[in-house]
Design a protein. Sequence first.
Length: 85
Amino acid sequence: MDAKVTLAFNKAVIEKAKEYAESQNMSLSRLIETLLEKVTAKQYKSLEDYPVSDWVNMVAEGQAEYITKPKSRSKLKSEYHSRKK
């Protein structure tokens, strides 16, 4: 059974990924699903341990940047309560 998920990516990466998926006669959804299957098939300690294949490198450009902002306890609590309304 398929499930829907919403993700956010850099627009340029999405355009390249769409072009690549089309060249492989597959949808962008199936491309992402294939990548996630490969990533989760084995246990890796970090992303640096994951053996990225050449075809993944063709889709991506540059170093991946993971931006996270720590949230205070009060901010998390406020967000939680605002969603319940």
